[in-house]
Design a protein around this ligand. Structure first.
Ligand code: FUL
Length: 556
């Protein structure tokens, strides 16, 4: 057999696995399939805002403000690799127009700054570092530009296309081109009619394989929020014209439909969930205390990767040009949690049998699990629209979960279950359902937290916070995160009470939050109690007048 025959046999064997099935509806390109399999990428917001503490620079910042004294993109890449990310996307040009590379089409770039004598190039250093670490390299470039004098005139389209061509032809393969849809010009601001055909031509003539992100694709779509949450129903298929969309412009309140996509939609445009590990997108010293916890990151993972989306997690380098130690430690904790949960499939060695639209996994011996992971053969289209999962517990089938879409990966959080078999019944499908895999795991790390006032607030010193869990439940503790936008004092001592009915309270604990004034980070108070309402009453605050509440969470 020569090489070509071996290759032919291998391909024939692979195809026969799909049992002669024909694709249904819109299907992914090979690049989109590969992109979806990346699961988690790292976003790096870096630029003048890193030095001014702003989220949106106005474009008047002097070039010299960009001055990372210890820039080391290899440290970013090593951190990303160790955390399990498969690629890095860098804000090569944010809304302030400053280019992190010497872009000949602009006058507001690293070349005009005194950083490294005008010879520095962040894209060069990061693309090299990604290559060395085996990571893919992606570029964010904002069409909205608050610096470029052409913005708002037809000439800008030409300038922007040159900018794209330059960035995309100078640093090797680019796996994703990220077009930010934001524009905050306001009613009297400049208006730019973007020439998307020209922009796409600039991208694809230089990077034919690139997956293009925008509100409406064509490679992948925004998930519709920046909180890290994909719809429980999430189709990779999407029909932008249903919503009157023109390229990246989507009228009205589009969050929901981006979040869910369309069943049987016209195009394959899977969702990408972008969210920051910190409250803001750019690094700020003051936000180090407000890094997302491992539980919050796991929740984001479950609600993005676990709901048929790719997770793009922003980890912003600081003003030295390094990923801060605290963020890096948090990433490693997150990685360790994922490894602990998902490194052993408790269904290994089980037998899988299909009868009509049900798949039964008979375990070698009964196992305890609380996560069920399903996947659909998406290369042939996304089909399943409704299903349930049953477990064989003590000889009886018991429903443990219900859902709508599956897609590339669906992770179901179920109660702790000890069973000898697991059955997935597809009860709705746009075409013959093709389930690819069923696996089960035990997660002993994640503790779901009910959250009150996630937006934060400042409260008068004596005011209690009450959280209603909706039903009497076992409670494992609370978490208090102080400081809301730097306002208000912090709670230094407290009383915690619990109640079944909201009027008869039992004391759970009276205590102090240790070292909270000097280190106002999230404080955890573990305890075991049962009830429906939890009340936190401050008995003292640092300024005697008020307290800031970033969040109050109950651990279940
Ligand atoms: C938004 C931007 O306005 C933010 O600054 C950030 O870049 C985020 C990823 O996208 O639309």
């Amino acid at each position: 057999m020569n090489n070509r025959t071996i290759l032919f046999c291998a391909v024939a064997a692979m195809l026969s696995v799909s049992c002669g099935e024909k694709p249904y509806g819109a299907i992914p390109t090979p690049q989109q399939l590969e992109w979806q399999d990346m699961e988690m990428n790292m976003f790096c917001h870096f630029g003048p805002n890193t030095f001014t503490g702003r989220e949106w620079g106005d474009g008047t910042e002097p070039e010299d403000i960009f001055n990372p004294t210890e820039l080391d993109c290899r440290q970013w890449a090593r951190t990303a690799k160790a955390a399990g990310f498969k690629g890095i996307i860098i804000t090569a040009k944010h809304h302030d127009g400053f280019c992190l590379w010497p872009n000949p089409a602009a006058q507001h770039t690293v070349a005009q700054s005194s950083w490294r004598g005008g010879e520095g190039d962040v894209l060069r250093e990061l693309s090299d570092a990604c290559r060395e670490e085996g990571l893919k390299f992606g570029i964010y470039i904002s069409p909205w530009d608050r610096n470029d004098p052409h913005y708002g005139t037809p000439e800008y389209n030409e300038v922007f296309a040159q900018t794209l061509s330059n960035a995309l032809s100078s640093y090797g393969p680019v796996f994703e081109q990220w077009f930010d849809g934001a524009c905050g010009e306001g009613p009297n601001g400049r208006r730019q009619e973007y020439d998307w055909e020209l922009f796409h031509e600039a991208v694809f003539s230089n990077q034919p394989q690139a997956v293009v992100f925008s509100n409406v694709g064509p490679g992948c779509r925004w998930v519709g929020n920046e909180e890290g949450s994909t719809g429980e129903t999430c189709w990779a298929t999407f029909t932008p014209s249903l919503y009157g969309a023109t390229h990246e412009q989507l009228p009205g309140d589009y969050g929901t439909y981006l979040n869910q996509g369309d069943a049987g939609g016209e195009y394959w445009i899977p969702a990408e969930t972008d969210v920051s590990i910190r409250p803001g997108w750019f690094w700020k010293e003051s936000e180090t205390a407000r890094l997302k916890s491992v539980d919050e990151l796991l929740k984001i993972y479950y609600e993005s990767v676990g709901r048929n989306s790719l997770l793009l997690l922003n980890v912003p380098p600081d003003n030295r040009g390094l990923i801060p130690r605290a963020d890096s430690i948090r990433l490693m904790e997150f990685r360790a949690a994922l490894d602990r949960i998902f490194s052993s499939d408790l269904g290994t060695g089980a037998q899988m049998r299909r009868t009509r639209d049900s798949w039964t996994l008979t375990l070698r011996e009964s196992a305890s699990f609380n996560r069920v992971v399903l996947s659909e053969r998406i290369a042939l289209g996304q089909r399943i629209s409704e299903f349930n999962v049953e477990a064989l517990v003590g000889g009886e089938w018991k429903e443990i979960a219900r859902g709508t879409t599956i897609g590339r990966k669906r992770i179901l959080l179920v109660e702790d279950t000890e069973a000898s078999a697991v059955r997935v019944n597809v009860t709705g499908s746009l075409a013959r359902p093709l389930l690819k895999g069923v696996s089960i795991y035990y997660d002993d790390v994640y503790r779901a937290a009910e959250r009150v006032r996630s937006g934060g607030d400042v409260h008068p010193a004596g005011e209690s916070i009450v959280l209603d869990l909706g039903a009497v439940r076992d409670v494992a503790g609370i978490q208090y995160t102080p400081i809301y936008r730097g306002e208000g004092g912090v709670i230094t001592s407290f009383r915690l009470e619990i109640s079944d009915n909201g009027s008869d309270w039992a004391l759970v604990k009276e205590d102090i939050f240790q070292n909270i004034v000097n280190n106002p980070v999230r404080c955890e108070v573990p305890f075991q109690a049962r009830g429906r309402y939890i009340k936190l009453t401050p008995t003292a605050t640092s300024n005697g007048e008020s307290y800031g509440l970033s969040s109050f969470e109950v651990l279940l």
